[in-house]
Design a protein around this ligand. Structure first.
Ligand code: 13P
Length: 352
């Protein structure tokens, strides 16, 4: 492991107010999103959709790195150019999701453990050889009656730390993603409490496993009320709670925090990230960035709907969301950006 290279890559991922584009949905997740919109769920449609994303003109102005999936990293444009090369040529750093998914945690009803450590060293070597320079592993923590348990938090934190150590050994920056889920009726305060406990446990495990904090990125949830909680706090209150929680839990040596969107609307995710940067940027030890999947892709996917004729409009929508989030990193995002005629894509084919 070359520590300086890791540190340089981690810093490059959060440089220039850019962020990450998560396009690493597993095949079942991608198929589920396609099914909702009536898009055929085939290897070719997944490939065509990912080609749309990686060939979006100007994407590199807002996106520093793109997270791929095992199928996607092996795929090519119609003309035979590997997606990894398309991204690298555009100045976007390719990354790869390396966990193999969240499975039921034995003895803990309603809770999950993320798997994928077996054989990980060999898979990382292969991905690195294919051009990936960073990786992602997502742990999911559900909030509910009597959960999360210590058992769930500790096993997931341990797995995240072992994954992160293996990544750094392979020369790849680990994006460490412990996601406290939005699903449920819990309050903002409860999310804050759980997120703080999870992050403190994760950083304790990262320390025990000898992970270099300067060579990693943290990908947490924002601190939010549960999606069915009757009290939904305003944007600034979410920004305050998130910052308070992160300041208590995340060491200053970490170069960047790149939030997941977790099912928030695209506009709210941008507005909340913006509020954090407006209110706290000058006082934070880490960059406050984004690593969104749905909050960047969903509007584009809804426009595309599997139709070649909609590719250009979908790319405009994707670029628009990416630019909104770059503006949010600068604290320059506003609702007016959503109305600008220059950025509202026109459909070339009506959606059925
Ligand atoms: P969302 O932004 O859609 O939550 O996805 C982020 C991600 O990469 C989940 O692992």
């Amino acid at each position: 492991m070359n520590a300086q290279e890791l540190i340089d890559t981690a810093n490059a991922l959060v440089a220039d107010d850019k962020g990450l584009l998560a396009m690493d949905e597993s095949n079942p997740t991608c198929n589920k999103r396609f099914a909702k919109l009536g898009i055929p769920q085939t290897e070719e449609t997944r490939r065509a959709y990912r080609e749309l994303i990686v060939t979006t003109p100007g994407l590199e102005e807002s996106i520093s790195g793109a997270i791929l999936y095992n199928e996607t990293i092996r795929q090519q444009k119609k003309d035979g150019t590997l997606f990894v090369k398309v991204l690298t040529d555009a100045g976007i750093i390719p990354g790869i999701k390396v966990d193999t998914g969240a499975k039921d945690l034995a003895g803990h009803p309603g809770e999950k453990i993320t798997e994928g450590l077996d054989g990980l060293r060999d898979r990382l070597a292969e991905y690195s050889q294919m051009g990936a320079r960073f990786a992602k592993w997502r742990a999911v923590i559900a909030v509910g009656e009597g959960i999360p348990s210590r058992g769930c938090i500790e096993t997931n934190a341990h797995a995240l730390a072992r994954y992160a150590a293996l990544c750094q050994e392979a020369g790849m920056v680990p994006v460490v993603e412990p996601e406290v889920l939005m699903d449920g009726q819990h309050t903002l305060e409860r999310c804050c409490e759980v997120t703080e406990e999870v992050l403190k446990t994760v950083f304790s495990q990262l320390y025990i496993q000898g992970v270099t904090l300067e060579g990693m990125i943290l990908k947490p949830n924002m601190v939010l009320p549960g999606s069915t909680c009757s009290k939904q706090e305003a944007v600034d209150e979410v920004a305050d709670a998130t910052e308070r929680c992160l300041l208590r839990s995340v060491p200053a040596a970490v170069p960047g925090i790149a939030f997941l969107s977790g099912g928030q609307s695209a506009e709210l995710a941008s507005a909340r990230l913006n509020a954090m940067n407006v209110r706290f940027k000058s006082r934070m030890p880490w960059a406050l960035a984004f690593s969104f999947a749905r909050a960047i892709q969903q509007p584009a996917l809804e426009i595309w709907r599997g139709q070649e004729a909609n590719v250009s409009a979908a790319q405009q929508a994707l670029n628009h969301r990416a630019s909104c989030n770059r503006a949010a990193r600068r604290g320059e995002y506003s609702a007016a950006m959503e109305k600008s005629s220059a950025t509202v894509p026109q459909l070339t084919q009506p959606v059925a």
